[in-house]
Design a protein around this ligand. Structure first.
Ligand code: HEC
Length: 134
């Protein structure tokens, strides 16, 4: 019972504080019969109007280079080239494994004979090492 009373008291006290606070905030504008506040009262609100944002530059096309056409046909039938261009630079072994995964796990229809050309291209555009001499 004591607990209930103290909860009620606490609630009333909170309500009083909230009311007091809102009255205190409302007071400067509260002139009797003044009607709604003038538009200048909103001057501190966020400005309304067009805004501009800066988007990161992510290539949406495969960059030029030897093997690009083969890679474009082999790799872009299932997903956007951004899956490739959005990757950081990897070593050759990682790209070999990646192409292997696309073929064996996801069923990419890539001939064994095309793999070297595609890997060379991937290493050239997103590799940590220079492509092998032609
Ligand atoms: C048969 C469809 C298919 C083909 C063809 C294909 N991929 Fe993928 N690839 C996928 C799928 C499915 C995922 C996973 C998508 C996801 O997790 O959202 C993926 C994801 C990726 C990723 C993201 C990393 C990862 O391992 O999940 C890379 C990089 C990638 N592919 C590269 C390639 C390259 C390079 C080729 C060409 C050699 C290729 N893909 C061809 C289906 C394919």
């Amino acid at each position: 019972m004591n607990r209930l009373i103290s909860m009620m008291l606490g609630g009333t006290l909170l309500l009083g504080v909230a009311l007091g606070a809102s009255l205190a905030i409302a007071k400067p504008d509260a002139k009797p019969g003044a009607g709604p506040p003038a538009p200048s009262a909103n001057a501190s609100a966020a400005p309304v109007g067009p805004k501009s944002i800066q988007l990161p530059a992510i290539a949406s096309e495969l960059p030029p280079g030897p093997g690009r056409e083969t890679a474009a046909v082999a790799c872009v039938i299932c997903h956007s080239p951004r899956y490739i261009t959005g990757q950081p630079a990897f070593g050759r072994a990682v790209w070999v494994a990646e192409v292997d995964k696309m073929r064996k796990v996801y069923g990419a229809p890539i001939q064994e004979a095309q793999v070297a050309e595609i890997v060379d291209y991937l290493v050239a555009i997103r590799g940590t090492e220079a492509p092998p001499a032609p």
